[in-house]
Design a binder for this molecule. Structure first.
Ligand code: ADP
Length: 404
C-alpha cells in the first residue's frame, strides 16, 4: 500500500510518500512560501535527481495539486498515476482531550479539530487547509490524522492540571497537553528494542531537542509527564522560545515596555531562548561555533539550555522514582555531542557514565553513548515522526478494510 504523509503549515506543505510493504520512502519534498508569487517546490524522488521550482502558489489546494503533478511527472515522477496512493495521513498538532489516538477523518473529526483552533491558533487551521486541499484534489481518498498531543493523554491529573482555579479547566480545557508525542512514542519503543527489554518494565526520559524541545517521563511505555504544556511554549529553553518563566513577567513587561499582549507573546515565542541569550541566533550549530571563538554570551546561552534540560531529567527521574535510560533525539539531540556530554557528565550521580568516544563518534543510527557498566543508559535514537504517521494511517486503513 502506498501512503502519502502530509504536514501542512500556514505557508508550507511537507510530504513523504511511503511504500508500506517495506516502509521505504519513495519520495519526499515540500512546498514553501505558499501565498506568495515566488513559492518554492522542492522534490526529492528516491534514486532520481532532486528538483527545485519557483512559481506562484497562492493557496494549499494548488500546492497539493503541484505535489500530485510532480509525483506523476514523466521524467522526475515516481508514480504512474496518483490513484496508486491509497491513503493520506496528516500530522495535526493539537488533539485536545478529544483524541487519545489517531483516527480516520470524517466531518465530526474535522469539526473537533476546528473546535481546537483556540488552543493551537498557528497550527490547527493550517492542518484543516491541508485536509481540504487533499479533499479538493482526491475527493475519494481516505485520510487519517495523527496528533502531537495524543500520546500524552495518558498523563494523570497530577501532571496535566495547572494549580489555578478549576473553572478554567472545566470551562475552557486549560490544562497541560504536551507535544512531540509521535516522537516520544517512537523513540521510547526503539529504546526498548535497542536495550532488548520490554518497554513495560522501563523508566525512560526521552528528550526531543530540535528547534522546539520537550522531554517526557515515560513509565512502562506510557507518558507520565512532559515538559510542554497547554501550548508548546512551556518547559525547556528552546531555539527562540523561553520555556518556563514566571507568568508575572508578562504583565510586568507589558507595563514597563508598553507592549501589547500579542507583542509579549511574540517575544516569548520568537525572540527568546538561545536567540535572546546568545544574541547570535537560535541554531545550536552557530552557538557551538561561537563558543569555540570565546563568545561569552554563546557560552551562557548553552549553559542555561543544558542546565534547564538537566533539571527536567532529574525531576522526571524523581517523578518515576527511578531511571533506566535517557534518550536523545531530534536535530540537537541527535547531533550535538557537546550538549549530550554536558548533560550526561552533570548527571553522574544518577548512575550515568558517559563513554566520551562513543558520544563524539559521528554516526547517524541508533547508538549507546554510555559505558557498558553504566547503571543508567544514555542513547541516541533518530526520530521518525513521518513513519509514525504512515504506520498509524496504514493500521487504520487495514482495520477499516477488515470491518467493511
Ligand atoms: P524542528 O524542531 O524544526 O523539527 P530539528 O529537529 O530539525 O528541528 O532541529 C533543528 C535544530 O537542530 C537546528 O536548529 C540546529 O540547532 C540543530 N542541529 C542540527 N544539526 C546540528 C549539529 N550538527 N550540531 C548541533 N546542532 C545541530
Amino acid at each position: 500500500m502506498i501512503i502519502l504523509v502530509v504536514n501542512a503549515g500556514s505557508s508550507s506543505l511537507k510530504f513523504q510518500l511511503y511504500q508500506m510493504k517495506d516502509e521505504t520512502v519513495l519520495a519526499k519534498g515540500k512546498v514553501e512560501r505558499i501565498g506568495m508569487e515566488s513559492a518554492i517546490l522542492h522534490f526529492e524522488p528516491a534514486g532520481k535527481q532532486e528538483i527545485r521550482e519557483v512559481r506562484e502558489i497562492l493557496e494549499h489546494t494548488t500546492a497539493f495539486r503541484k505535489v500530485m503533478d510532480i509525483l506523476v511527472h514523466p521524467v522526475h515522477g515516481i508514480l504512474q498515476s496518483v490513484d496508486q496512493i491509497e491513503a493520506v495521513g496528516h500530522r495535526v498538532v493539537h488533539g485536545g482531550e478529544s483524541f487519545s489516538g489517531s483516527v480516520l477523518v470524517d466531518e465530526e473529526v474535522k469539526r473537533e479539530i476546528k473546535r481546537l483552533f483556540d488552543l493551537a491558533p498557528l497550527h490547527n487551521p493550517a492542518h484543516i487547509l491541508g485536509i481540504q486541499a487533499v479533499e479538493a484534489n482526491m475527493p475519494d481518498i481516505p485520510q487519517a490524522v495523527v496528533f502531537d498531543t495524543a500520546f500524552h493523554q495518558t498523563m494523570p491529573p497530577t501532571s496535566y492540571l495547572y494549580p489555578i482555579p478549576m473553572v478554567l479547566y472545566k470551562k475552557h480545557k486549560i490544562r497541560r497537553y504536551g507535544f512531540h508525542g509521535m516522537s516520544h512514542a517512537y523513540v521510547s519503543e526503539r529504546a526498548a528494542a535497542f536495550l532488548g527489554r520490554p518497554l513495560k518494565e522501563l523508566k525512560l526520559v526521552t528528550c526531543h531537542i530540535g528547534n522546539g524541545a520537550s522531554c517526557a517521563a515515560i513509565l512502562g511505555g506510557r507518558s507520565m509527564d512532559t515538559s510542554m504544556g497547554m501550548t508548546p511554549l512551556e518547559g525547556l529553553m528552546m531555539g527562540t522560545r523561553s520555556g518556563d518563566i514566571d507568568p508575572a513577567i508578562v504583565p510586568v513587561t507589558m507595563s514597563k515596555e508598553d507592549l501589547t499582549l500579542a507583542e509579549v507573546s511574540s517575544m516569548l515565542n520568537r525572540h527568546s531562548g538561545l536567540m535572546a541569550i546568545s544574541g547570535i541566533g537560535s541554531d545550536m550549530r552557530e552557538i557551538e561555533q561561537a563558543i569555540k571563538t570565546g563568545d561569552r554570551n554563546a557560552s551562557l546561552a548553552f549553559e542555561m539550555y543544558e542546565y534547564r534540560l538537566r533539571k527536567y531529567i532529574g525531576a522526571y527521574a524523581a517523578a518515576m522514582n527511578g531511571l533506566d535510560a535517557v534518550v536523545f533525539t531530534a536535530g540537537v539531540g541527535e547531533n550535538s555531542a557537546m550538549l549530550r556530554a554536558a548533560v550526561c557528565r552533570n548527571l553522574s550521580f544518577l548512575g550515568i557514565e558517559l563513554d566520551e568516544q562513543a558520544n563524539e563518534r559521528k554516526e547517524s543510527g541508533e547508538r549507546e553513548i554510555t559505558a557498558p557498566e553504566s547503571k543508567v543508559k544514555a542513547l541516541v535514537i533518530p526520530t521518525n515522526e513521518e513513519l509514525v504517521i504512515a504506520r498509524d494511517t496504514y493500521r487504520l486503513i487495514l482495520h477499516r478494510n477488515d470491518v467493511e
